[in-house]
Design a binder for this molecule. Structure first.
Ligand code: C5P
Length: 226
């Protein structure tokens, strides 16, 4: 079976408030998403790194990505799920191919974390995702911002990416849900009644969401270059 990394990068980054989408911001001399693409391309088992950008994207062609295995599909949609579904359709995978969906904005992904995921899922029929046990005490708020309840964190995990699924499973899962409010691929797979495996990720694999996240990403990437 082939193993394809699929990176949805068709978001506008509205929470970020920069003129260009955050995936194209310069970070340590490269576009932000270059770092994750480079990590995925460096994983020996990965055959192709396919980026999904918006049909109106004005930035992708402006960079010399200079990465092996890289391809681009200009089929981004209105939601992340739609971008992934469109990318999958464009890739024409076999049912048992593996697809590793990774957020363009998780730029500090490490090769070790991806290899841990791949190793944990060897022979698995469905797939799974990197995730971290919730380290803090979790509160549910009421409408006035007071604590309504303390939620036991036992068994709670924070979902990361890559989320790695058999292509056939992912296609079935995303069919019909693309426009709905799912925020990761695992949620779509769970709706089929399937159980993705949770594989320990790492704290460095956070998603750059706000400008304040950039300093941490810079420091992590700079330390790796030493
Ligand atoms: O907005 P958020 O940070 O959750 O986006 C997660 C990932 O999904 C990002 O890599 C973003 O570029 C991508 N995305 C997409 N198409 C959309 C919305 C988000 O590819 N319509």
């Amino acid at each position: 079976a082939r193993m394809i990394a699929l990176v949805p990068a068709a978001g506008s980054g509205s929470r970020f408030g920069a003129p260009s989408p955050k995936q194209y911001l310069q970070l340590n001399g490269k576009p932000l998403m270059w770092h994750a693409l480079a990590t995925l391309a460096a994983v020996p088992g990965v055959d192709e790194v396919a980026v999904v950008v918006s049909p109106q994207d004005e930035w992708f062609d402006g960079f010399d990505w200079d990465l092996p295995k890289l391809s681009v599909r200009r089929v981004g949609g209105a939601s992340r799920a739609e971008s992934v579904a469109n990318g999958l359709a464009a890739l024409a995978c076999a049912e048992d191919d593996w697809v590793l969906v990774h957020d363009a904005a998780r730029c500090c992904l490490s090769v070790a974390a991806v290899e841990r995921l791949i190793a944990a899922l060897s022979g698995h029929v469905v797939g799974g995702l990197l995730a971290l046990p919730v380290p803090d005490t979790v509160k549910r708020a009421d409408a006035d911002g007071h604590v309504a309840a303390t939620v036991t964190r036992n068994g709670l995990w924070l979902a990361q990416t890559p989320q790695m699924f058999r292509a056939g499973v992912l296609e079935n899962a995303l069919r019909g849900v693309a426009a709905e409010d799912i925020t990761d691929e695992a949620a779509a797979v769970e709706r089929l009644g399937l159980k993705p495996l949770l594989v320990e990720g790492d704290a460095q694999n956070f998603k750059v969401t706000y400008p304040r996240d950039l300093a941490l990403a810079r420091a992590i990437l700079a330390a790796r270059e030493d």
